[in-house]
Every structure is written in C-alpha cells, then in structure tokens.
Design a protein. Sequence first.
Length: 227
Amino acid sequence: MSLPDNVHTSRHPCLMAKLSRLRSKATDAREVKSLVNDISLILGCEALASALTPVDGPKGETPIGFEYTTTTVQPQELSIVPILRSGLGMVEAVQTLLPTPVPVHHLGLYREPSTLEPVEYYNNLPHHIGGGGSSTSVSSLAIIVDPVIATGGTCVAAIQILKEWGVKKILVLSVIAAADGVRRAAAEWPDAVEIWVAGVDAELTPTGMLKPGVGDVGDRLFLTIGK
C-alpha cells in the first residue's frame, strides 16, 4: 500500500514472524510482553541507525593498556516518550539500545469512546519553555513509543505536544498501525517526524480497532481484558 516517505515499514523476517505470533489470541500476557520487547528491539535498531550519527568521543584505554578513541552518538539530547499505558512495554528495549541512559517522559492519552478523539490526562514533560526557565531540558530528539497507531489521533496529539515543548525531531516507534492512521500522523509534521512500524493493517473496525490487528496491547500486557 502507498504510504508517505516518512513512514518506514520493517521487512525484517524475524520481526514479521514475531508480529504474526503477537496477533494470536492464544498468546498469553508473559509472551505478549516478550514479543513487544523483541519487536521494539528490532524496530529500534533500524530506526536509530537512521536517526543517530556516531561521533568520536574522548580517549579511552583497553584492559591491556592500548589507547583508543571512544564513540558516542549525536544528538545527545534524547528522551523516550511512552504513551501510557501500552507504551511502557517498549521503553526497556529502547533503553537497551541507547549507549547512555536518557530521560523518560510519560504522556497519558486515551481515546474518548464516542468520538475516538484523544484526551490528555497526564504529562510528565519538563515545562520550562515559556515559564522563564532554561530551554536546555528540551530534547533535540524525542522517541515516541506506542505499540498501536489506530486512527492516528493519539499520535498526532503527542507530536503536537512535543512540538510545542520545543523538540527539533521526533521518532515514532510502533508495533502496528492502520494505514489511514499512520498517514494522518505522518502528515502532522512531515519535516521533523519519522515513523517506524513493524506492520500496517489496511482497515479499522467501527470502534477504532485495527483489523485484523493485535487487540488492545495495554489490556493484554496488564491482564485487564474485559475491564
């Protein structure tokens, strides 16, 4: 299917097999957690290879006394922004990939059932911009992690929030997306947003669920199905 240039769908065979397993209703919560983490690792490797640049750091010394030039990455002002709840399942994988610890800023957004539009209920971004404080706390690159992009409304809202915060670039990592939803998200700030997904489904149900999809990842991770 036709997708914008800033949307990247992985073709890694191991990732595709893991996504297939994640779709199954027979997959229990423990395996769902493991699969979401594994998919995030593979997807994160591909996305961060494109978004980060290796640069020389200070001199180091090997265990047997030889000097070498260390390697770090640019930009250094990074943050991970999980969309609550299900985005929490992707955080550890991204933290594992990054060479140094980075801040994690949580955003709480949910879809209002009747309109399917996003509602913000929690925001853990440092609010220094416009408040007289320093802008040094703003990330140059914010990495949004959210397993499912359905209508795209939640992703668009997160992009808007981060843009207003002052980030320069946004990387979105998602396990699966609906075609129309990811197009909507990609169009919100195309010059600064790159979206990486493991798979794309063509349709949504009338209640805004992907078809065939993977179900509600948050409910599957936290055993709250039927709440």
